[in-house]
Design a protein around this ligand. Sequence first.
Ligand code: NI
Length: 172
Amino acid sequence: MAIRPILTAPDPRLREVSKPVGQVDEALRELMDDMLETMYDAPGIGLAAIQIGVPQRVIVMDLAGEDEEPAPLYFVNPEILDPSEEKKPYEEGCLSVPDYYDEVERPARCRVKYLDYHGAEQILEAEGMLAVCIQHEMDHLEGVLFIDYLSRLKRERVLKKLKKEQRLAAAS
Ligand code: NI
């Protein structure tokens, strides 16, 4: 396993639409292992493959609390089914938009159909933080970031700050 660098906005690769995975094989499991290690190291609760520059439809998540056993989830070629009419606001953050949090409204519940770590088809009922997180990560597969739901003014302010930080980091 290896920790890979996480891309941060406005890196144009984060805007790519990820491609479906053909087969869940050893190489893909290695990618998922790396993604999980990278996510734990960050630390974060969800990561899409494109966030480490791999445009494939793969997501890892772990919503276990700090004093709970790790509970990793792996989603290959996930699809959202039956998003609820009811929406809920939730404060989101993103490893690709460091140090910024804001409220986004999304369907409160949905089902997710996906292939798991072993390539078996699964359907998961999601609500609460699980529903928020899976929908946030699914957006990454379409090249969408949570800041895209904010006002243009807010989004531009965030991106300007990130660009400035990246310039400073590159210069130091
Ligand atoms: Ni994110």
